[in-house]
Design a protein around this ligand. Structure first.
Ligand code: SAM
Length: 291
């Protein structure tokens, strides 16, 4: 997990942002030239950052985890909200050094953790009510999301920037080309809304593709770890061979015909035609039968 934590609580009261150096100055001073290997496409326009923070809704008293703060444009916008605190997890040591200055300018409201977000657990980083807000590193965005969906019951909401194509896969409806495992897992656990699309030019350096922000509001019901695992296995099998009928695609789970019959689903259907509610029925059968 994180190798060091800098800056500490207490979280209250929220403060007006003090005068700060421009992001471009801070980037130049810390030699934070963007690295492709870290998915570094920075948001330097304070208006865009404020807009993303606003999309998260009322943050009063919320404990915010930001993943990949980079030079801290979005972090500054989050610190300008009434959030109780921001805990920012960043892998790049050059950015951490820059962010420590920001933490010093906001005593008790920003904690910077140098480490890999894939190994960080939001539930242990901050108390409830927790929000995750981030312009995600695109190379690890999907595994990060699936990890958070696994523990969505511990999270009040997430506001996350993805490559637009991934945002569309998350919010896709059945019977569309984008509908797949990510849509089912995300929509099974959360209400998912595509809130904002941003062109490549909004970032420095510009990526090749558009980006989009998705808002996630977890559903009240917590399936628990066994059923979540069953859903992961069911969707992996179903969409692993998405052109096959389900009675063939689900063979790796055991007696596919029996599983489908118990869930009330025709074996001749294909994965992309199943609604999230039908996947829920199927995963419950798979879980109950230990298939
Ligand atoms: N939030 C900043 C912004 O909007 O300008 C930077 C966003 S940039 C798309 C992604 C950030 O995630 C980079 O700062 C990168 O160093 C960081 N990052 C990449 N992989 C990471 C990981 N595994 N854990 C934590 N941070 C990571």
């Amino acid at each position: 997990m994180p190798s060091r934590a800098l800056g500490t609580a207490p979280p209250f009261p929220p403060m007006m942002p003090p005068d700060q150096p421009s992001l471009r100055d801070a980037i130049a001073r810390h030699g934070l030239d963007p690295r492709k290997s870290l998915g570094q496409h920075f948001l330097l326009d304070p208006t865009v950052c404020a807009r993303i923070a606003a999309l998260a809704g009322d943050l009063a008293g919320r404990h915010v985890v930001e993943i990949g703060p980079g030079p801290g444009g979005l972090t500054r916008a989050l610190l300008a909200t009434p959030a109780a605190q921001v805990v920012a997890v960043e892998l790049d040591r050059r950015a951490v050094a820059l962010l420590v200055e920001l933490a010093d300018a906001h005593p008790g409201r920003l904690t910077v953790i140098e480490g890999d977000a894939l190994k960080a657990d939001p539930a242990t980083l901050v108390p409830a009510p927790r929000r995750i807000i981030a312009n995600l590193p695109y190379n690890v965005a999907s595994p990060l999301l699936v990890g958070w969906l696994r523990q969505a019951a511990a999270i009040e909401g997430m506001t996350l920037m993805f490559q637009q194509e991934v945002a569309e896969r998350i919010t896709a409806a059945p019977d569309t080309g984008s509908y797949g495992r990510l849509a089912v897992l995300a929509q099974w656990r959360c209400r998912c809304d595509l809130l904002l699309r941003l062109p490549p030019g909004a970032f420095t350096p510009p990526p090749k593709v558009w980006s989009a922000v998705v808002g996630f509001t977890p559903h009240a019901e917590d399936p628990g770890p066994a059923l979540f695992r069953a859903m992961e296995r069911t969707t992996a099998a179903a969409f692993g061979q998405r052109r096959k009928m389900l009675r063939g695609a689900l063979k790796s789970l055991g007696d596919a015909e029996a599983l489908l019959a118990a869930a009330g689903i025709e074996g001749t259907r294909r994965a992309e035609t199943l609604t999230v509610a039908e996947f829920d029925r199927l995963a419950r059968v798979v879980c109950a039968r230990g298939a």
